[in-house]
Design a protein around this ligand. Structure first.
Ligand code: ATP
Length: 270
């Protein structure tokens, strides 16, 4: 059966707790082929936890994650060939030069030896790091390190690129280059999942956005769909929609114990 029509990524009823603290509570999301999907939520909403589960850094308590139709629990290693990941705070081997580091990643990623130089040149040029190729990473600025880590995530041309807060610390030119690169990727039918708590990043980059709060889905869709869900006018910004929907979601969570208490009273009386 062809898997082309399946979403690139499906997350179903995902749960994760840390020492009794429930960080992700039944989260669902899907990323289609050829789209940039933004996971938008306040600090502590569960975004990084979700991404770490998808890339295999954390084990879920419950749920299903499928990449290209394959359940990652059943096939725990092979799928990683098709995934690129930029963590929130990438740690790079600072004792290597930029060129050495990308060469090392390219080898791990099984890129044919005769293509490695071309791919390194392409990525260093893409992010204006060409002049620094022979410099140790320890001499790089924060933004340069971020661009290098993104190059490492991209070098094997993954089908699914997962980015945790990719634009933090990147200058406007770099942000523009990243945006163009991601748009190019999705035109080729590949997919990008971007996690951010910055509304403008989601608005500028993403085709669809999933808003999460307290580890739960609040709403997801295009900006137009989110406006309809939030019952807001066509001039409303994603920031206004986000604030309204997350505030409403907080109210629902706060109301629940009251309802439970009333229900408990009612039961006792019977
Ligand atoms: P941010 O936007 O601040 O990066 P986030 O949406 O990525 O936040 P997570 O990092 O997934 O959120 O955290 C979700 C919840 O899980 C938070 O309450 C956080 O304190 C908790 N948490 C995350 N990692 C751990 C851990 N290793 N041990 C215990 N609790 C954790």
């Amino acid at each position: 059966m062809s898997t082309y029509n399946l979403p690139m990524l499906e997350v179903l009823n995902l749960w994760k707790s840390y020492n009794g603290h429930q960080a992700v509570k039944g989260l669902d999301l899907d990323v289609k082929r050829g789209e940039i999907f933004g996971l938008l939520g306040p600090n502590g909403a569960g975004k990084t936890t979700t991404l770490k589960i998808i890339v295999g850094l954390l084990r879920m308590d419950k749920g299903i994650v499928k990449i290209g139709g394959v359940d990652i629990f059943e096939q725990q290693y092979d799928y990683k060939k098709h995934v690129g990941y930029l963590p929130e705070n990438p740690t790079l081997p600072e004792y290597l030069t930029a060129e050495e580091f990308l060469g090392y990643v390219a080898k791990i990623r099984d890129i044919p030896p005769n293509e490695i130089k071309e791919r390194i040149d392409y990525h260093l040029n893409l992010f204006n790091l060409e002049k620094r190729r022979k410099d140790l990473i320890v001499t790089f600025s924060r933004g340069m390190k971020q661009k290098l880590a993104l190059s490492a995530a991209l070098i094997h041309e993954p089908s699914l690129l997962i980015l945790d807060e990719p634009l933090i610390g990147i200058d406007p030119t770099g942000q523009h280059q990243i945006k163009i690169k991601l748009k190019e990727m999705v035109k080729e039918g590949r997919s990008v999942l971007v996690s951010t708590h910055m509304v403008d990043t989601a608005e500028r980059l993403c085709d669809r956005v999933g808003i999460i709060n307290n580890g739960r889905n609040v709403a997801s869709g295009s900006l137009e769909k989110l406006r309809r869900i939030a019952e807001m006018g066509e001039d409303s910004t994603l920031e206004q929609i986000f604030l309204k929907l997350t505030e409403e979601a907080e109210e629902v969570v706060e109301e629940k114990p009251v309802r439970r208490r009333l229900f408990g009273l009612f039961r006792k009386r019977r």
